[in-house]
Every structure is written in structure tokens, then in C-alpha cells.
Ligand binder design. Structure first.
Ligand SMILES: CC(C)(COP(=O)(O)OP(=O)(O)OC[C@H]1O[C@@H](n2cnc3c(N)ncnc32)[C@H](O)[C@@H]1OP(=O)(O)O)[C@@H](O)C(=O)NCCC(=O)NCCS
Length: 336
């Protein structure tokens, strides 16, 4: 069964949740909402926006959105409470009530607040908005999960006929959000990605901090950065199996791992790869996707207190449905 089908099955088995799709101006959201409801893949879809506009748009798009709950932003009963909560969260930044009102009139911020308040279990956006806008709204309204300061992302890579990772399944991070991570951000990225693998796939993560050096084979501040990041990650979480610095071959291939890092519990068996920066991560996932004919799912956001995910602006309806299901699986994982 293909990966997204497995995710859908897991969501159905658990019982689907409530998801907010705030981009009500976008026709693809209407078809996605209709299909999600029809296939029993969500309990409820919430749209944030003007009721009349939404009803007309649904009619024009020939989409049946009867089961969608429409919450009309500043005309809703929740608006004043949301403004107050946002003012309180952002007080430290010196935000005025007027600025908080303006922010809450933005459907991304309002949608994120529905998630923060527990009225939805997750949010999916990005068909119309940039990654930056989606990520910023989530960071500012929902914030990071306990013990984590960094929102980052991971890709699930599925390489056909491959013995590496979990029979070809690997998590790559960060390949989508944090451009030039510090040592402590790398530690957060590694911890979150390990937790993401465990909760989404159920496999025991083995995390490799990647570099051009293996266990001191080259000395350079850039290799030291990965060594220091690993130390910080280990201080925070002793339960996760992590090692570094490792080269890609030492991380993946048992024969090379045994030779270059014989005492390592990760070398030759890594299923989570942590890249030093966004250049490395993003280039690597695209090379594996094209040269290795791999499927790539992501970027999936992590590190938030509640799940929000970003879409590619070129996404099709089935992409939205897949990301909505992954978001629910994250919400289910964080509740367990
Ligand atoms: C995520 C991203 C949008 C953040 O943008 P940014 O310009 O650094 O954000 P800002 O400086 O406006 O910061 C917004 C807020 O989020 C915080 N923040 C930024 N990145 C953060 C992160 N990764 N984790 C947690 N908080 C973060 C900032 O501290 C700031 O907080 P404040 O409003 O309380 O001061 C940025 O990292 C980005 O553009 N990443 C690349 C995305 C991309 O192009 N990917 C392409 C490959 S798919």
C-alpha cells in the first residue's frame, strides 16, 4: 500500500479529527473539503471567512461543502476573545490591541488561533500563501512545543528497492525551514525529527548528524558544529539514539560504518539524517528524489505545540488531502 494510503488508514482507524483550511478564496480547498468529508477522512472541516462569499464560491466551483463549518473571522462570536489572547501572547513584543485586531482579521492567524484554542486539531495552508507567512502565523499564535525553541521541517523519503534506513524509508531534516541553524537549533531539529519518526512511522529512530567528516577524520569548525549540536541534543534527550559527526556513507552503509565508526550505534543503520543547513538538506532531498527515483513527502512542519502544515502553491487537491491526513496523524501522535 502506498504511503499516503497507509496514513489515511491510520487516521480512519484512530477516528478523524477537525482541520481548519483557512484559504477560503482558493477553489482547490473547496474540492479538498468535499472529498475529505465524503471519504470520512476528517471529522470536521473549518473554513475561516465570509459566509456569503464562501457559499457563492462553493456554488461556482460546483463543490458540495454542506459539512463545512464556516467561521466568519471578525464577525464571529470568537473574535474578541481571540484578539485578547493574541494581545496577551504578543504583549512582550509591545503589540497594540489594534495590531492584534488586524492580525486576527488575517485568516492564517485566525485559523492558527482556532488550533491553539483546541477548536481544530490542526491547520493546513500554503496553496495561496508563502511558506514564510504560514510558518510565521503558526509560530506567533501557536508557538513551539514544550522543551523546543525551533520550528523546523522534515521530509519523508521513500527510496524504491533500497536497503537503507527502514527498507528505503528515511527522514531528512531540515530541508525546508531553518536556513542556517545554530548548534542548539540543530539539536532541536534532531530531537523533533526523531520524535516525528517514532510517532508517524512507529520505527525506532537512529539519528545521524551529517558532515563531510566522520569522527574527526577532518578537523574544521563546520564539523565541530555538528559535534557540538550532537552534544546539546544528547544533553536534552538521553533516550534517543544519535551519533555524529558522520559522512553520508558511514551513516547509511553498514560496511563503511563499521570501518569508519566501529563503536557507533548509528553508523551503517541511520534512518534519520540531520543536515548541517538548508542548502545541504534541500539539495540532498531533491537529488535523492530525482536520481534515486524516490518519493518525497514534505516539508512537514515540526516543533510546534500543535500541528500546522504548509502546502506547495502548485499543489493539487490530492496533495491537500494527503497533507491534511499527515497533519491529523501528527495531532494523534502528540496526544498519545
Ligand atoms: C520560517 C521562516 C519563514 C521564518 O522567517 P523569518 O523571516 O526568519 O521570520 P521573522 O524574522 O519574521 O520571525 C518571525 C518570528 O518567528 C520567530 N522564528 C523565526 N524562525 C523561527 C523558527 N524556525 N523557530 C521558531 N521561531 C522562529 C522569530 O523569532 C520571530 O519571532 P517574533 O515575531 O516573536 O519576533 C524562514 O526561516 C524561512 O523563510 N525559511 C525558508 C523557507 C523556504 O524558503 N523554504 C524553501 C524550501 S521548501
Amino acid at each position: 500500500m502506498d504511503f499516503i494510503e497507509q496514513v489515511k488508514e491510520k487516521v480512519k482507524k484512530h477516528g478523524p479529527l477537525n482541520i481548519v483550511l483557512p484559504e477560503y478564496q482558493e477553489e482547490r480547498m473547496y474540492h479538498a473539503a468535499e472529498k475529505l468529508l465524503k471519504e470520512g477522512l476528517v471529522k470536521k472541516v473549518l473554513f475561516t471567512g465570509d459566509k456569503e462569499f464562501i457559499k457563492k464560491k462553493a456554488k461556482d466551483a460546483k463543490a458540495n461543502i454542506d459539512g463545512v463549518q464556516i467561521i466568519p473571522l471578525d464577525k464571529s462570536e470568537y473574535f474578541d476573545d481571540f484578539v485578547k489572547t493574541y494581545s496577551d501572547i504578543r504583549k512582550i513584543k509591545g503589540i497594540t490591541e489594534e495590531q492584534a485586531r488586524e492580525a486576527m482579521k488575517n485568516e492564517l492567524y485566525f485559523g492558527a488561533m482556532l488550533v491553539k484554542k483546541g477548536m481544530a486539531d490542526g491547520m493546513v495552508a500554503g496553496a495561496m500563501n508563502t511558506t514564510g507567512d504560514v510558518v510565521r502565523s503558526a509560530i506567533r499564535v501557536i508557538g513551539t512545543r514544550k522543551g523546543i525553541d525551533t520550528v523546523s521541517s522534515f521530509f519523508i523519503m521513500i527510496v524504491p528497492d533500497s536497503p537503507y534506513g527502514e527498507k528505503g524509508l528515511l527522514f531528512f531534516a531540515d530541508a525546508g525551514v531553518v536556513i542556517d541553524p545554530s548548534e542548539s537549533q540543530l539539536a532541536d531539529i534532531a530531537i523533533c525529527t526523531a520524535d516525528s519518526m517514532e510517532s508517524l512511522i512507529g520505527s525506532k529512530p537512529k539519528v545521524a548528524f551529517l558532515s563531510f567528516s566522520t569522527k574527526g577524520s577532518a578537523r574544521h569548525p563546520r564539523a565541530d558544529k555538528m559535534i557540538n549540536a550532537l552534544k546539546l541534543a544528547r544533553q536534552k534527550r538521553k533516550d534517543i539514539i544519535m551519533d555524529g559527526e558522520l559522512q553520508g556513507d558511514a551513516a547509511l552503509e553498514e560496511r563503511v560504518g563499521r570501518k569508519k565508526a566501529p563503536d557507533s550505534k548509528v553508523a551503517g543503520q541511520a534512518n534519520v539524517l540531520i543536515f548541517p543547513d538548508l542548502d545541504a538538506g534541500n539539495i540532498a532531498y531533491k537529488l535523492v528524489q530525482y536520481l534515486g527515483k524516490a518519493q518525497a513527502f514534505g516539508p512537514i512542519l515540526q516543533g510546534l505545540a500543535r500541528p500546522v502544515n504548509d502546502l506547495s502553491r502548485g499543489c493539487v487537491v490530492d496533495d491537500i488531502i494527503g497533507v491534511v491526513c499527515i497533519t491529523q496523524l501528527q495531532a494523534i501522535g502528540s496526544k498519545n
